[in-house]
Ligand binder design. Structure first.
Ligand SMILES: Cc1cc2nc3c(=O)[nH]c(=O)nc-3n(C[C@H](O)[C@H](O)[C@H](O)COP(=O)(O)OP(=O)(O)OC[C@H]3O[C@@H](n4cnc5c(N)ncnc54)[C@H](O)[C@@H]3O)c2cc1C
Length: 335
């Protein structure tokens, strides 16, 4: 089947969703395509037993006035809440409170993405999930994207929000040649992986206030209780994140081996008998950018309108992804 739109956005993570929102509001006809079964990308929430776990991004911070006003709207709409102003490092000293609010999404981080997606669909955008693109090529003054399933997506303007190595691979498969300086700049972008565990636990496991521990230099750098966070009322589900070095070293270990490390970490937080009902492991190859492109987006030179954006552009994390998506939309809307 052939799908045509004015603007094609590859990736329905927060970058793609925010770009789509601003473009749709400006009257553009937008299609989003994502290989995932849900929107959200790294804003990911998973069922485990009767509970829920955020297993990608855990929370977000706000540094710029522009993002603060966006977050105020989400807070007023009861989409996000202030979870904490700092985390325990596991010592008896209590949480290191620095006054900066950390926000999380009600119902899990993925729920924020799903709500934005529902608004987009209501506003006329089309969202295609479970569609893995395999190649993107220049086509009649615009773009053509081919999906594994055989569907074809054509558009005048293309926005790539997949992690940069994945975006470049799509263009390579379609024989698109970028201007050499731009290609070289994009190839410097790097990401760290993250090994994640989710444990459904019954019994005496208790994390310090506010239900999360952050120890950047420890192999398992983040441990959080999704029930205390408020997103998993029916079960205690603990999320674990390995730090970048540990995650890279163990990336190809079996789920069982990785799960054993998380099970060991769980023991630290037990103060009595408990039962581990289930452990799931998730691998994030491109979890967090470590070398960034210096601007909020890159516009391809000497090609039909083409934009690269995401959390590796100028500012990392969710805040950076949102500003990148909005900056791309502003460039297109201003054009
Ligand atoms: C474990 C972990 C912990 C994190 N913790 C935090 C945190 O606490 N705070 C914070 O602010 N940020 C955190 N982050 C980072 C945050 O999640 C990201 O910065 C943000 O979600 C990036 O959004 P994005 O839209 O740019 O990319 P993504 O969410 O990765 O979206 C890109 C999308 O492109 C799609 N895609 C890729 N290739 C194809 C293809 N061939 N065809 C179709 N679709 C494709 C993917 O499926 C994906 O949905 C964390 C991330 C991880 C993984």
């Amino acid at each position: 089947m052939n799908h045509q739109s004015d603007i094609l956005i590859v990736g329905a993570g927060i970058t793609g969703l925010m770009a789509a929102q601003a473009l749709t509001q400006a009257g553009r006809q937008v299609a989003l395509v994502d290989k995932g079964r849900s929107v959200g990308g790294r804003l990911a929430t998973r069922r485990i037993g009767p509970g829920l776990a955020d297993h990608g991004a855990q929370f977000f911070t706000v540094r710029t006035p522009a993002f603060a006003s966006q977050v105020q709207q989400w807070e007023a709409a009861r989409l996000v809440f202030r979870w904490a102003t700092g985390w325990s490092d596991g010592s008896i000293a209590g949480p290191v409170v620095d006054g900066h609010p950390r926000y999380a999404a009600r119902g899990g981080m993925n729920h924020l993405a799903k709500t934005l997606a529902a608004e987009l669909t209501a506003a006329g955008a089309s969202i295609h999930l479970d569609v893995k693109l395999t190649a993107i090529s220049a086509h009649e003054g615009g773009w053509r994207a081919d999906a594994e399933q055989g569907d074809v997506y054509t558009a005048a303007t293309l926005i790539l929000t997949a992690p940069v190595p994945q975006a470049l691979a799509l263009l390579d498969a379609g024989a698109v040649v970028l201007q050499p300086g731009q290609r070289a700049a994009l190839e410097t972008v790097r990401y760290a992986p993250c090994l994640c565990g989710m444990a459904w636990v019954e019994g005496a496991v208790q994390l310090p206030e506010p239900g999360a521990v952050q120890k950047q230099d420890a192999p398992i750098a983040w441990v959080a209780d999704n029930r205390r966070k408020g997103i998993s009322p029916a079960a205690q589900v603990i999320t674990f994140h390995g730090n970048p070095v540990w995650s890279a070293a163990h990336y190809n270990d079996s789920d069982e081996q990785v799960g054993m490390s998380f099970t060991e970490e769980l023991k630290r937080w037990a103060f009595g008998p408990y039962e581990l009902r289930e452990m799931q492991v998730k691998r994030w190859r491109y979890a967090l950018p470590t070398t960034l492109y210096p601007q909020p987006f890159l516009r391809g030179a000497d090609l039909p309108p083409l934009y690269f954006g995401g959390d590796a552009f100028a500012t990392p994390r969710i805040e950076g992804a949102v500003s990148s998506g909005l900056a791309i939309a502003a460039d297109i809307n201003g054009a």
